[in-house]
Design a protein around this ligand. Structure first.
Ligand code: IDC
Length: 348
């Protein structure tokens, strides 16, 4: 009897210590990997309809705050990215992960990205986007089309291509109320907010000519961290514009959260379209207590967040284990530590 109490004491102590350290206790998340049928009116898009921006927040068709909770693909130009873009996979995310949004990340320059590859490859990329958009529509969730600049540093480099691309996709998807557009993932290399604004002013009208109201997300300087800088001089004269903040919790800690909170306080509509609990390299150890602080901050302002990435690539930010070879039907044992933590959070 005494032994049993001692044992219970030890178990309790471990649980308390783990939560104090911000380590996830990995609540009972049991994934079956099966897809479910859901009445359209019970799906996120069925219930909430077209989103718009009000103040710092996204609101649904009834004007109620709506928080996107999503997963980003890895680059759809990579073989660790596009295979996961299929109906059953996206259904798993909706049915069991608590996801109401997917982000389709299409690199522009890195690794045979859209702007540096041939016509056939570009067609494949557009087909993958189409699969994502039509699957998300059928499943009643939201989808972000992400122009994933990275090593190109400034969105100006491929502005011409960006304009043509956003004209094309916004025309193609103008009847899809579940599509959001992210026009430049992470400007970097010293690209100023002024430069990004000038790019945004040239791309936004390409979308607006086809779709007056779709939500458009603009990246911010320094790998989408300087939302405080954007808050001092937001874009004027457009509605339904949001500004991206990205965090990798082991690298970006309190001083970055302070910048983000300053932006909210200044009235900037901020959305976190990319995050992970690891380092900015996508590798290294997790810092779940920092990640928890980030989500707490975003929750406080009703802001959405999207996790990078749905992949089995051998790196910390992958939501699937590198030993998982499935591209749908994910069970709990297929998820990485990051994946388990994320699903625990989304299903809380
Ligand atoms: C990383 C991928 C990695 C790939 C690299 C390409 O995880 O597999 O080799 O890009 O350069 C970002 C970027 C995102 C990065 C991610 C992790 O938006 O493209 O993905 N990250 O480094 N910003 C901060 C971190």
């Amino acid at each position: 009897m005494k032994k049993r109490w001692q044992l219970m004491g030890i178990v309790m102590a471990v649980v308390i210590m783990a939560s104090a350290l911000g380590q996830p206790a990995f609540a009972a998340v049991k994934l079956t990997g099966k897809t479910k049928q859901t009445e359209y009116s019970d799906t996120p898009f069925g219930k909430h309809g077209k989103l718009k921006v009000e103040g710092t927040k996204l609101v649904d068709k009834n004007g109620d705050t709506f928080q996107l909770k999503g997963v980003s693909t890895h680059g759809i130009n990579w073989d660790v990215g596009y295979p996961y873009v299929n109906y059953n996979s996206i259904s798993n995310l909706r049915d069991e992960w608590g996801v109401n949004c997917i982000r389709v990340a299409m690199y522009t320059q890195d690794y045979n990205g859209y702007c540096v590859t041939g016509a056939n490859e570009r067609k494949k990329l557009l087909n993958t986007i189409h699969t994502a958009v039509t699957s998300a529509k059928k499943l009643g969730i939201y989808v972000i089309i992400d122009w994933h600049i990275l090593n190109d540093q400034t969105p100006k480099k491929y502005q011409k291509q960006a304009k043509a691309f956003f004209k094309k996709v916004s025309q193609k998807y103008k009847k899809y109320g579940n599509v959001l557009y992210e026009i430049c993932n992470e400007p970097n290399g010293g690209t100023s907010w002024g430069t990004i604004k000038s790019y945004a002013k040239s791309v936004i009208p390409c979308i607006r000519n086809n779709n007056k109201n779709a939500v458009i997300i603009v990246g911010t300087p320094n790998w989408s961290q300087d939302v405080d800088v954007a808050a001092k001089s937001p874009l004027k004269g457009y509605k339904n514009i949001m500004y991206a903040v990205h965090f990798y919790a082991a690298t970006h800690q309190q001083s970055y959260r302070d910048k983000c909170e300053a932006a909210f306080k200044a009235g900037l509509p901020v959305i976190c379209t990319e995050f992970s609990a690891c380092e900015a390299s996508g590798q290294g150890a997790y810092n779940f207590s920092s990640a928890n602080e980030w989500l707490k901050l975003l929750d406080k302002y009703g802001a959405g967040y999207i996790s990078w990435s749905l992949s089995n690539k051998s790196e910390s930010c992958s939501l699937l284990k590198s030993s998982c070879n499935k591209t749908s039907g994910y069970k709990t044992s297929d998820l990485s530590r990051m994946g388990k933590w994320l699903v625990g959070k989304y299903r809380e």
